[in-house]
Design a protein around this ligand. Sequence first.
Ligand SMILES: N[C@@H](CCC(=O)N[C@@H](CS)C(=O)NCC(=O)O)C(=O)O
Length: 283
Amino acid sequence: MTTINRTSSKSCFGGKVEFYKHSSSSCNCEMSFSIFIPQEASTENKLPVLYWLSGLECTEKNFMEKSGAQRCAAENSVIIVAPDTSPRGCNIEGEDESWDFGSSAGFYVNATQEKWKNHYNMYDYVVTELPKVIAANFPVNDKKSISGHSMGGHGAMMIAIRNPEEYYSVSAFAPICAPSLCPWGEKAFGGYLGDDKNTWKMYDSNCLVETATQKIPILIEMGACDPFRETQLHLETFHETCQKHEYPLTANIHEGYDHSYYFVASFIEKHIEYHAQHLRSLS
Ligand SMILES: N[C@@H](CCC(=O)N[C@@H](CS)C(=O)NCC(=O)O)C(=O)O
């Protein structure tokens, strides 16, 4: 069993916000995550988990510190787990050179390129390893949902589209909707997966919805004043692809909101309630 080391524990709305580090076999380095555990969680009362994937430049801290999700998670009896956004400190040349590639920018893929493939396996980490670590160490049942922001919003959609039987619901805030078509995605996929764009499709939600058979509905919030909306996020393209392939998508655009955690904080309660409803519905 993986040993996990708690680095901090704080009371929050009757429950606990805790931070952990552990040795990851997928990423071959130490990984970090944060967790919110509602007060009533116990071995006799195991709770479902909402996984939260953060965006570029984030660590496991941003969501816990800025979203204000804990009160609603406590009220709805949902555990929240927020992993770091990439491996770190792997001594890979260039890993800390830019804010949109390498550290803080794992993009939730399994790298195939020589330089990155030993460590940058965030897909396996989030889909397989982390849920096992959580199940072995916390009072969780086997029900999971997933959400995220920007790069992490895409990660949540891509992971849920590929694993619809694993997640009860999926949602995203200001997601990168078609990574193969935007500068952030092209840089990351090119670097981690190589130049052959065919290999990018398995990690691109805009491609995955074309062939999905079991269709898990997607809920998106997007700020109308998000400065990345036109250049990086491509919601309209994704919307068209979903319509064409009859993939269920609800996208809400909010006047005046941008890309920041102030936007996430403004709508997070609605999403936690949405996930809680799904996590409760099939019990
Ligand atoms: N550094 C970028 C912006 C990066 C950014 O907006 N990151 C988002 C996710 S894509 C975030 O959550 N940042 C951390 C935070 O706001 O706490 C820029 O120069 O425009």
